[in-house]
Design a protein around this ligand. Structure first.
Ligand SMILES: Nc1ncnc2c1ncn2[C@@H]1O[C@H](COP(=O)(O)OP(=O)(O)OP(=O)(O)O)[C@@H](O)[C@H]1O
Ligand SMILES: [Mg+2]
Length: 359
């Protein structure tokens, strides 16, 4: 069951699955740590599945819910406790009865709520917002964060007592780059899921040996989620075709230009839309990191339309801002860099609402 959920045979992945099975059956609080997109939520699912608990897995993303609403989301509320509370409602704590409560992105829990959360966990009981009846709590707690909680505690953004309360059994989810040997397996799993979900992907592309090895060499700062996005892009651009390492580097991975500093990265970010058009040219890292106009030639082979005016304007904005950044807001210097007349640049900045004072 766990092997179907968390795909991988590398030793960090095996170790992860071993830890999950060891701790799943206990009622111990688990703290899942790991980079963004590394699979923390999947680990929470795995823990719940293997726990054999009859109740549901109830997830709360503490970063996604506005802090004013988070309290009633967790604790529930009684009728009339605030404007809009026209019915009494059980919160996530109560909903998780007999099951697992997963507090995702716990590092983003507002400090104002942390002491109330700690009290609820210690007492194993809560009162709804605006109520005085006590509800007994019965759930297994799992928390996750991509943040460094030790650092947050040092900075005073996270209560030390809450940190010790949740940091009982920490599980580190490995980065994708640490388990690069799993990439072909994960890739196949993701392709299967896509075909199952989306009827429009008729024929999956195939990644040849060179493509797989290029994928295994990449650093994957966005981990499995980034891999998933790349595969989705591949399905659109290479429907039914074979993909090699050049396709991976030039068309599927965001093009990274080494040693050109921040502003060239910003350029490529802005040009990310253009990446994904096969040009047949080799990547030339010594040239200026600008997308070659030829890259637009095949646009309509892959897409139905482009908002030309909007797109050109986006490029304009990025280049003007980059020039202002480089010249620390000096318009005449920036206009020289852009080969524009000073007055033309000022006009453009006005039109595009670019303020020189922000540089
Ligand atoms: N080992 C794996 N096998 C298959 N799919 C995986 C694996 N690890 C992660 N995924 C997939 O990658 C995506 C990201 O995983 P998940 O949402 O669990 O990451 P996360 O660590 O919670 O990310 P975030 O920090 O952004 O919340 C999901 O679609 C998940 O199904
Ligand atoms: Mg997550």
């Amino acid at each position: 069951m766990m092997d179907k959920l968390i795909v991988g045979v590398s030793s960090p992945c095996k170790e992860l699955k071993r830890l999950i099975s060891m701790v799943a059956k206990a009622s111990t609080t688990v703290l899942i740590l790991g980079e963004t997109g590394s699979g923390k939520e999947l680990v929470a699912k795995g823990l719940h599945l293997e726990s054999g608990r009859k109740g549901p897995l109830v997830s709360v993303n503490c970063a996604a819910i506005p802090s004013e609403l988070l309290e009633s989301e967790l604790f529930g509320h009684e009728k009339g406790s605030f404007t809009g509370a026209d019915k009494p409602r059980a919160g996530k704590f109560e909903q998780a009865a007999g099951g697992t409560l997963f507090l995702d992105e716990i590092g983003d829990m507002p400090i104002s709520l942390q002491s109330k959360l700690l009290r609820a966990l210690e007492d194993k009981a809560i009162q709804r917002v605006g109520g005085n009846k006590t509800f007994k709590l019965d759930f297994r707690l799992i928390c996750a964060t991509h943040q460094d909680l030790n650092l947050k505690v040092d900075k005073g953004d996270f209560r030390a007592d809450l940190f010790y309360r949740i940091n009982v059994f920490p599980i580190d989810v490995p980065r994708l780059s640490e388990r690069a040997v799993d990439i072909p397996l994960i890739l196949n799993k993701i392709l299967e899921d896509f075909e199952f979900l989306d009827g429009s992907i008729n024929i999956a592309p195939t990644f040849d040996e060179t493509a797989l090895s290029a994928l295994q060499k990449y650093s994957w700062p966005g981990n499995v989620r980034e891999l998933k996005n790349l595969i989705e892009r591949a399905c659109v651009l290479f429907n039914g075709k074979s993909i090699n390492s050049e396709h991976v580097k030039n068309n599927l991975l965001k093009i990274k230009v080494p040693d050109h500093g921040e502003e060239s990265t910003a350029l490529w970010d802005a040009a990310a839309d253009l990446v994904g058009i096969p040009t047949g040219h080799d990547e030339d890292t010594t040239a200026l990191p600008l997308p070659h106009p030829d890259q637009y030639k095949d646009w309509f082979a892959y897409f139905d339309n482009i908002d030309l005016r909007r797109h050109l304007q986006d490029i304009e904005i990025v280049l003007i801002e980059a020039a202002l950044e480089k010249s620390t807001g000096q318009v005449s210097q920036a206009s020289g860099m852009l080969k524009l007349r000073r007055t033309t640049l000022i006009e453009k900045m006005k039109k595009l609402a670019i303020e020189k004072s922000s540089f």
